[in-house]
Design a protein. Structure first.
Length: 325
């Protein structure tokens, strides 16, 4: 389905008449069970995939991309789709747009050694094939996308993030499995203590949007790809892949699960399985140039359900460790 200016203008008109018509909740559900850190993700629209860590990480089997590369992909593809929508409205003939995202991080903070936890910087390089557009038009297009891309705002400004832990009774053995995860994590901690740059890492994705619609394919490290699209309710969407904002929810939920698994092992907390449901409400009026004060995600909630023989108090202490790292 082609992305048409009249369809986008119709969407804008509908939002002007009804402020609630572009109000949605993006979400993901995922579950980590078993000895490793592979987690199964289910997204709205009927999309399922696996997120994992590379074999270099404790418990990783490279069965799917890791959460932080997925976060990069969600940002890059969201940028591309926003470029396509605004180019269409601005009468710019956009042949293709591609995004290369690099995010720097020192995982020393993740293992409790470094002071800085999380990304130190995210860089997005956009390549536009629009041979008939002037430099002035491209500058105006970039300005519009930077101001209205739903994933730029929550990565630049504070996001109201809430998580809670729910205890579920275990259904099988209560023995703590996979002791080798502890050994692997302790090895990472030791490396970080010896060299503060030992866990310096770069997560990334590259993606390209070609053609008349909004479908884009992201390529991630480890040989993984993710098809990203929009539902048919969005002009140009064909629902052939998950959308960027549900994917963003999945990156957060699975990162939570993997972090709980690592810290649970180190702290001796029995965990049979961990599941996470993420919900992120949004008013896409900001995306279409209306309600600029509502651009991007403003809040996100993660409900973590842990199947465990541990007490609620032990799980709350585990939550403190995960929240901090």
């Amino acid at each position: 389905m082609a992305t048409k200016k009249e369809d986008i203008m119709g969407l804008i008109g509908a939002r002007q008449e009804d402020e609630s018509c572009l109000t949605f909740t993006y979400s993901s559900e995922s579950k980590l069970a078993g000895d490793g850190v592979s987690t199964k993700v289910t997204l709205p629209g009927g999309f399922d995939f696996t997120i994992d860590e590379p074999e270099a990480f404790p418990g990783g089997s490279n069965a799917g991309p890791n959460p932080l590369d997925v976060m990069c992909a969600s940002l890059g593809t969201c940028q591309e789709i926003t470029y396509k929508l605004y180019a269409t409205v601005m009468d710019i003939d956009l042949k293709s747009v591609s995004a290369s995202v690099d995010a720097d991080i020192n995982l020393s903070g993740f293992v409790g050694v470094g002071e800085k936890v999380g990304f130190s910087g995210i860089n997005v390089d956009i390549t536009i094939d629009a041979p008939d557009a002037s430099d002035e038009q491209l500058d105006a297009l970039k300005g519009a996308v930077d101001a209205h891309c739903p994933l730029v705002a929550p990565l630049v400004n504070p996001l109201d993030l809430t998580t809670k832990v729910v205890k579920a009774e275990p259904t099988g053995s209560t023995e703590i499995p996979q002791k080798n995860l502890v050994e692997g994590v302790m090895a990472l901690i030791g490396a970080a203590k010896e060299d503060d740059k030992a866990l310096q890492s770069k997560y990334s994705s590259s993606s390209v949007l070609n053609g008349d619609g909004l479908l884009t394919t992201a390529t991630l490290t480890g040989g993984h790809t993710i098809v990203v699209d929009e539902p048919t309710t969005m002009p140009g969407g064909t629902n052939k892949g998950t959308n960027p904002l549900d994917l963003f929810c999945a990156s957060f939920g699975t990162c939570q699960e993997i972090t709980y698994k690592y810290y649970g092992q180190v702290m001796g907390v029995h965990i049979q399985s961990i599941s996470c449901k993420v919900e992120a409400p949004i008013d896409l009026g900001g995306l279409v140039g209306l309600a600029d004060d509502a651009v991007g995600l403003k809040s996100m909630t993660g409900t973590i359900t842990i199947e465990s023989s541990a007490s609620q108090e032990e799980l709350e202490k585990l939550k403190e460790a995960v929240d901090a790292h």
